[in-house]
Design a protein around this ligand. Structure first.
Ligand code: SF4
Length: 240
């Protein structure tokens, strides 16, 4: 994978951009990516969605889903959106009120901050794929519980099997617990490479946490630099 920008120019300028919120620098790598060598996500014989091979088909199943009670109170199933061949996938917790109203992931205040993170990374929203662990909004924006995550996670597993990204960014505790470890603590696990079925996973803070505590922008940016380095888009650390 290549990028037209100079390596190393991510640091101060991009951090300033991310923190200050200047969205004028937008760079898409859609036409710049080299053929990737996808990692095979191991097929799961228990996956009820294992025969679905296209995101559109999977989304059509998801919008009809009634597997858990969250569908009784939400407005829409927020399946996810972005590049179906993305190398980089962001996974959040669950839709909020704005997402539920519009049927799109990360479109509220936290979503706008995620957009800034993506833009400051030299990417565009259409370069990546964005989704959540749970596709229906929990009442009152509460955190989805483990049972709700377990009902819904086959959709995420199928999405990752189809997209085959190089890196998944798990945003916050619920996403990290759903993907990696139900006991995961985001403050301990963020910034450390994890694995899910052969895909490298980087846990970091959820953008909503950055809205509450802007100091968390610094470690999130450090995590993004590590991810971009791994993707060949800047200097960074390789997963150990
Ligand atoms: S949260 Fe997931 S499992 Fe529950 S109804 Fe919605 S799509 Fe189905």
């Amino acid at each position: 994978m290549t990028s037209s920008r100079n390596e190393g120019d991510l640091d101060q300028a991009s951090l300033d951009l991310f923190i200050a919120g200047d969205e004028s620098r937008s760079a898409s790598r859609t036409d710049e990516t080299e053929p990737r060598s996808p990692k095979e996500v191991a097929p799961d014989s228990s996956d009820p969605l294992r025969d679905i091979s296209r995101l559109e088909e999977l989304a059509a199943v998801a919008v009809e889903c009634r597997r858990c009670h969250l569908r009784e109170t939400c407005n829409a199933v927020v399946f996810g959106e972005g590049n179906p061949e993305a190398n980089l996938v962001f996974v959040g917790e669950a839709p909020g009120a704005d997402e539920d109203r519009l049927g799109r992931p990360f479109v509220g205040r936290a979503g706008k901050l995620l957009d800034k993170i993506i833009t400051a990374s030299g990417l565009a929203r259409q370069d990546v794929y964005i989704t959540n662990i749970v596709k229906c909004r929990p009442p009152g924006n509460r955190t989805p519980d483990e049972g709700e995550r377990n009902f819904c996670i086959p959709y995420l597993h199928a999405q990752m099997r189809i997209i085959q990204p190089e890196v998944i960014v798990s945003l916050g505790a619920a996403a990290t617990q759903g993907l990696i470890d139900p006991r995961a603590r985001i403050t301990r696990m963020r910034g450390t490479w994890q694995q899910w079925r052969g895909i490298d996973v980087m846990p970091t803070f959820h953008p909503a946490a950055l809205l509450r505590d802007p100091k968390k922008k610094i470690p999130v940016w450090e995590d993004m630099k590590t991810i971009l380095g791994h993707l060949g888009l800047s200097d960074g650390e390789e997963p150990g």
